[in-house]
Design a protein around this ligand. Structure first.
Ligand code: HEC
Ligand code: HEC
Ligand code: HEC
Length: 463
């Protein structure tokens, strides 16, 4: 009986191919799983092969087998109709013990195979939500976001936590746009840098607020920043900031998080890049009041309303690019750069920003050489010290963690100072409230002011 069953599924080219695909992919998956179980670390690509590529081959095989059987049956039927002798036409006569045997054999085999396929699909889907897949499958494409993410306060929060959130509806949406993204990557159709996903990003109630909720923020937060001066001693300075985080407490909201008090909503009308705001509307269902702030300039066609949520301020919660100054201060504070090296802050900023490099390897080599050259010329005793070598490496990191030339995410010095170039839409922060707008709303007179929202925290770096 088993012999007959194998004869059926291998009796024509298509089914045979399907059977081979099934067997080979299963063997490979099994072998790879055993390897991974034994602690073999293959990285993201091994995962993609085990949980995505091979299961697809396996499913392809499962489809090919019956297609082949059907195709042969049809061909044989045609041959029979024209009176030509056909091959071995499968006759499904359940009166035959043998046919029943084949049927039972097929069902008995299909059940574990289907169970396995389901399990693998589950694993594959799960895997496609992992940070490893998100960040690495599109390695070059999302390198800037992934690099920044790994060093962010959210490095242990999955990409999906913010980009998808829980629930079937957003999951399906994400898979649909994800499929398009895979095609875009395969055919090199994606924009550089990647555009902000803000228009399709799930509202913060389904993402950020799963972990941070407005009533949780209460009170002030003291932030202490360490800077180093650009003098010979790299003099240390501290800045203390009392940040009025606020939130809602005792039924009233205060501080910056007044903006996300669930008892009122704020919408704004802006150009699609969210750079220029034309109208701001505050709805307060408790008082039934509605305040509108209008710019003098009428909103051009294509402007869009957006309900303000967390990411209108926290536009870089996870993909935080740091300015060279910030990055070098951090390296000095953490001891990755020796603080006793004369002028290392000033020279570090100069060296990291003076040139653009085509690749990270080139940048690291160029930056190390430039650091060495500075000390060779000005402090020859130090030029060959391990401190200079280490500073070269740390400055190379400072460059590589924030500059991704292939994605057009770079940070270089321009005549107006250090600028971060990121040719995507810039976000807005409402913390720079236009002073005149407030007045015009109070007086209920038609607003006559026009303003451009300034970014209090540059979108790309945290200073
Ligand atoms: C804490 C939440 C959060 C996490 C975690 C997160 N992202 Fe994002 N991501 C955002 C937000 C918010 C934006 C949009 C910012 C804007 O445009 O205002 C964004 C934007 C992006 C963009 C568009 C380019 C850009 O920089 O604006 C890419 C690509 C991206 N994320 C990929 C990833 C990947 C890959 C991971 C996981 C390795 C990840 N994100 C994890 C919140 C997050
Ligand atoms: C799965 C849980 C989770 C989600 C979703 C999440 N966060 Fe966080 N967030 C965290 C954790 C954990 C920290 C780190 C807390 C700490 O270090 O004290 C954090 C820290 C922060 C911080 C403080 C960073 C700092 O410098 O101290 C901000 C701001 C923030 N998140 C904003 C957001 C925003 C905006 C979103 C939505 C786009 C978001 N978070 C989504 C878990 C989450
Ligand atoms: C109007 C701008 C604005 C909005 C909207 C906003 N925040 Fe903030 N948030 C701030 C500022 C400013 C700070 C303080 C600066 C900092 O800590 O970096 C802050 C601080 C935080 C912190 C760290 C504070 C702490 O107590 O440790 C978290 C977490 C956070 N916000 C999450 C959120 C979430 C979640 C939302 C959406 C529900 C949100 N924020 C909406 C401006 C805003």
């Amino acid at each position: 009986m088993i012999k007959h069953f194998f004869a059926a599924i291998t009796g024509n080219v298509v089914s045979l191919l399907g059977t081979l695909l099934i067997v080979i992919s299963l063997l490979l998956i099994g072998a790879l799983l055993v390897m991974q179980g034994m602690g073999f670390e293959g990285g993201a690509y091994l995962g993609i092969i085990t949980f995505v590529v091979l299961p697809m081959a396996f499913l392809g095989g499962l489809i090919l087998v019956p297609v082949g059987l059907w195709w042969r049956k049809r061909r044989d039927a045609k041959l029979a109709a024209t009176g030509q002798p056909s091959g071995h036409l499968p006759v499904f006569d359940l009166n035959h013990e043998r046919t029943r045997g084949v049927l039972i054999g097929f069902v008995a085999l299909a059940i574990p195979v289907l169970a396995l396929a389901a399990g693998l699909t589950f694993k594959a889907v799960h895997y496609m939500d992992s940070d490893e897949f998100c960040g690495m499958a599109c390695h070059k494409v999302m390198e800037p976001e992934y690099t920044a993410y790994q060093r962010s306060p959210h490095s242990k929060v999955g990409c999906a936590g913010c980009h998808i959130g829980a629930g079937a509806e957003w999951f399906v949406k994400a898979k649909i746009s994800g499929s398009w993204q895979l095609i875009a990557v395969a055919f090199d159709l994606y924009p550089r840098p990647i555009k902000t996903p803000v228009h399709s990003l799930r509202p913060a109630t389904g993402t950020c607020e799963q972990c941070h909720w407005p009533s949780k923020f209460v009170g002030d937060r003291l932030k202490v920043r360490t800077h180093y001066a650009e003098d010979e001693q790299n003099t240390e300075m501290k800045t203390a900031l009392m940040v009025k985080v606020g939130g809602s407490a005792a039924g009233k909201s205060h501080g910056i998080h007044w903006h996300v008090d669930p008892n009122h909503t704020i919408r704004y009308l802006a150009d699609p890049s969210r750079e220029t705001i034309y109208e701001v509307e505050l709805n307060d269902p408790e008082t039934g009041g509605k305040k509108v702030f209008k710019a003098e300039e009428a909103a051009p066609a294509g402007s869009e309303w957006r309900t303000m949520d967390c990411i209108d301020c926290h536009n870089r919660p996870s993909h935080i690019y740091r300015s060279p100054q910030f990055e070098i201060d951090l390296a000095l504070e953490e001891g990755r750069i020796d603080r006793t090296l004369p002028y290392i802050k000033r020279e570090g900023v100069r060296i990291v920003t003076e040139k653009e490099y085509a690749s990270h390897a080139e940048a690291r080599a160029g930056i190390s050489a430039a650091v060495k050259a500075f000390y060779a010329e000005n402090y020859p005793d130090l030029a060959d010290s391990p401190a200079v070598e280490q500073a070269g490496k740390a400055l190379g990191d400072a460059y590589a963690w924030n500059n991704f030339p292939h994605m057009k995410v770079t940070c270089t010095r321009t005549t107006s100072g250090t600028r971060i170039h990121r040719a995507v839409s810039a976000a807005t922060t409402t913390s720079t409230r236009p002073p005149t707008a407030k007045r015009s709303a109070r007086s209920a007179a038609p607003a006559t002011t026009s303003w451009r929202m300034k970014r209090a925290i540059p979108r790309c770096c945290r200073n």
